[in-house]
Design a binder for this molecule. Structure first.
Ligand SMILES: Nc1ncnc2c1ncn2[C@@H]1O[C@H](COP(=O)(O)OP(=O)(O)OP(=O)(O)O)[C@@H](O)[C@H]1O
Ligand SMILES: [Mg+2]
Length: 235
């Protein structure tokens, strides 16, 4: 086990709290917006005004969050709550929520469960955010109906390597590191509910770094598509 894990101190996620909260609110809000749009088409005219109010308010919140992201003023820290978790078991638990999100974008998610159970040291709340950000990117930056895969394997140096693989256009090799910088966008999303702000990968990187680990991106040599890989410590 690495030194960083030997002492029991709690790790800090070094990120602008305001940016983090704003960004993570965008996903549920976009889902809300989509459902409001669907209800609008089905509701009888006399009840339409209730939906119109909801629509206006959701729209306002989305606008407010986008503006807030532009005005980053508050510097804050978030504490991680790290414990040991059985990875396969935990993935089974969050599988539905990942799939529901992907289905909203009419995407197709494949999870490759490994035969061997591995215990990882993580904060499940934040690792779920990382997976959601990566899976959403994979869908939002790829053509419609292309599959997204999540797979994992144990490495020789006692880590679990988790990969999110898509069949989209891939990333520009020069900007491999730049895409992790705040507000950096290489392309507009092709398949999206809300415009991107360029923070998803910055947040993912900060969360993985706060776990004492790293995240990287590369294109698969032969096939099309990007792969995002990160590691977690195992027992
Ligand atoms: N799977 C992917 N395939 C191709 N390009 C990607 C992929 N994931 C990220 N990128 C590129 O990296 C950039 C940064 O990604 P990031 O998630 O930080 O921002 P975003 O998706 O544009 O917006 P946000 O996540 O804030 O809604 C994207 O704008 C895109 O150009
Ligand atoms: Mg993103």
């Amino acid at each position: 086990m690495s030194d960083i894990l030997k002492n029991e101190k709690k790790y800090l996620l070094d990120i602008d709290l305001l940016s983090f909260v704003s960004h993570e609110l965008k996903t549920p809000l976009s889902i809300l917006k989509l459902n409001v749009e669907m209800l609008k088409k089905q509701i009888p005219p006399e009840k339409k005004r209730f939906i119109d109010i909801m629509d206006t308010e959701v729209e306002w919140m989305i606008q407010f969050i986008s503006d807030t992201l532009d005005v980053q003023k508050i510097q804050n820290k978030i504490k991680l709550n790290l414990k040991w978790y059985k990875w396969n078991q935990w993935m089974q638990k969050i599988q539905n929520s990942l799939e529901n999100t992907v289905n909203l974008y009419k995407g197709n998610l494949k999870l490759h469960f490994s035969d061997k159970e591995t215990e990882v040291y993580m904060d499940p709340f934040y690792i779920k955010q990382v997976l959601l950000n990566l899976v959403l990117n994979a869908i939002e930056h790829s053509p419609k109906n292309t599959p997204v895969e999540i797979s994992w394997e144990q490495t020789k140096n006692k880590k679990l390597k988790i990969q999110v693989i898509d069949q989209g256009p891939g990333i520009t090799p020069d900007s491999d590191n730049k895409i992790f910088e705040p507000f950096y966008k290489e392309r507009e999303k092709t398949n999206h509910l809300i415009k991107g702000s360029g923070l998803g990968l910055t947040i993912a990187k900060k969360i993985i770094q706060a776990h004492g680990e790293s995240i990287s991106a590369f294109n698969r040599p032969k096939n099309k598509g990007a792969t995002f890989a990160f590691t977690l410590n195992t027992k």
